[in-house]
Design a protein around this ligand. Structure first.
Ligand code: SF4
Length: 430
């Protein structure tokens, strides 16, 4: 099932706040009539005429950073990536509730493919692959049309043949982790301390590729960010099972201003606010501002109380230990203990990385350890596979299980992560 989303052009939204999201049809995946989304030009005109037009300098001058969340300088990533054989466009968008990357592919696939081709030329890669989940049918269709169009245009313009393809990822979290993508697309598992360059790859988020196109072809600096607003969105005119996608929100505007423009009531004292997605997001305040790496604004109600004591298992690709502790406190429970997923590796800089993202190493040891420490409930932030494993063990031991994403998924009327579901195997190149 693909979650419903609506697309709103932020330019007009912030210019005329009275014409807010109600101008689009609630519950439908459609471009709002007041959207600023530009008509897409034919692919031939989108391909950069001069591949040596110092695209790297234009990207650097535009101030572009990775918009998938990491925030690494894009020009540096491409500079370091020189010599890679493949550029992978990351369209996994695997955080639940977020929808802005997929929406962009539905409406702007040609410009994203153009950004991919520019990145390929900068690093000298012969291959470009877009990694996406097959469930995003409309985005996949737009993407395939854009890939065909770019391929034909390159041939017509005698720019040589283009090796562009689409790879279907499994529908699981964290399919969009850089090392998970390299493993799934290329079959190479790189070490937690390594980068995709070790496998001859550069991985770039699709919104970043759109901005690469804008920097190089349109000579446009980075001043805006696409985001998703979801959860308790009462007042916006949309049902809670809809993710509101805002294109081109001005960087620097406050969360309060974004919610006001959408007529969403300010969260009360019991409510919770995150920037980013429900897994990896950070607790936020209304006066925090939209940044180049902000993926969304998530609003949730209070956590469900637990009598405790509650034990925590920390995932390298999920909520931080601090956030998990604050959830236990919000549940009104005492803390029984803290365990790490066996796959979570502590790097010299203190950050956690998963040894094999999204592939469960077994959770019995951590669950039993916490039970021994007196836990009667568990709080996890695990990936899909490990959440399934915990759910196969913990309830049999009489443990109540909470997931860090629960409050946000409940607020967004979305299925909870810890519910067991089978993931479909990845399919080959499309
Ligand atoms: S295997 Fe463990 S550390 Fe890795 S993503 Fe899953 S829960 Fe997180």
């Amino acid at each position: 099932m693909v979650r419903k989303h609506c697309i709103v052009g932020a330019e007009s939204l912030f210019a005329q706040q009275s014409q807010h999201a109600n101008s689009a049809v609630p519950g439908e995946s459609a471009v709002a009539p007041d959207s600023h989304v530009a008509p897409v030009a034919p692919a031939a005109r989108l391909l950069p005429d001069d591949p040596q037009a110092d695209a790297l300098s234009l990207i650097r001058e535009a101030g572009l950073v990775g918009m998938g969340g990491a925030g690494f300088l894009t020009w540096k990533k491409l500079e370091y990536g020189k010599g890679a054989s493949v550029v992978i466009a990351n369209a996994a968008e695997c955080e639940p509730l977020l929808a802005h990357n997929i929406a962009r592919l539905e409406t702007d696939a040609e410009r994203i493919v153009s950004g991919l081709i520019i990145a390929m030329r900068i690093v000298g890669a012969s291959k470009g692959i877009v990694a996406i989940k097959a469930k995003n049918v409309a985005a996949v269709a737009s993407l395939q049309t854009a890939v065909q169009s770019a391929t034909h245009s390159a041939l017509e313009a005698a720019q040589g043949s283009l090796d562009l393809s689409v790879f279907f990822l499994q529908d699981r979290y964290p399919a969009g982790d850089e090392r998970a993508i390299v493993r799934d697309v290329l079959g190479t598992l790189i070490a937690p301390t390594s980068i995709p360059g070790e496998a001859g790859a550069v991985v770039i988020n699709v919104e970043t590729l759109l901005r690469v196109h804008e920097a190089v072809v349109d000579r446009k600096p980075v001043t805006t960010k696409d985001i998703t607003v979801a959860g308790l969105i009462d007042g916006s005119g949309y049902e809670r099972d809809t993710s509101i996608v805002l294109y081109d929100v001005p960087i620097g505007i406050s969360l309060r201003e974004v919610l006001a423009a959408l007529n969403i009531a300010e969260p009360g004292p019991d409510a919770q606010l995150l920037t980013g997605g429900p897994y990896m997001g950070n607790a936020a305040q209304l006066d925090d501002t939209i940044t180049a790496t902000c993926g969304g604004i998530m609003i949730a109600g209070p956590e469900i109380p637990d009598p405790g004591p509650v034990g925590i298992i920390v995932c390298a690709c999920g909520a931080s230990e601090e956030r998990l502790k604050s959830i236990v406190a919000a549940e009104g429970a005492s803390l029984a203990g803290i365990e790490l997923c066996k796959n979570a590796v502590r790097l010299p800089n203190g950050r956690l990385k998963c040894a094999n993202p999204g592939i469960c190493p077994g959770q019995a040891q951590a669950v039993l350890a916490l039970k021994k420490q007196g836990a009667t409930g568990l709080l996890i932030g695990h990936c899909t596979d490990c959440s399934n494993t915990v759910m196969q063990i913990a309830p049999k031991l009489g443990l109540r299980v909470h997931h860090a994403t629960d409050a946000y998924l409940r607020a967004g009327d979305e299925r909870l992560v810890r519910s067991f579901r089978k993931t479909q195997p990845a399919t080959a190149h499309g």
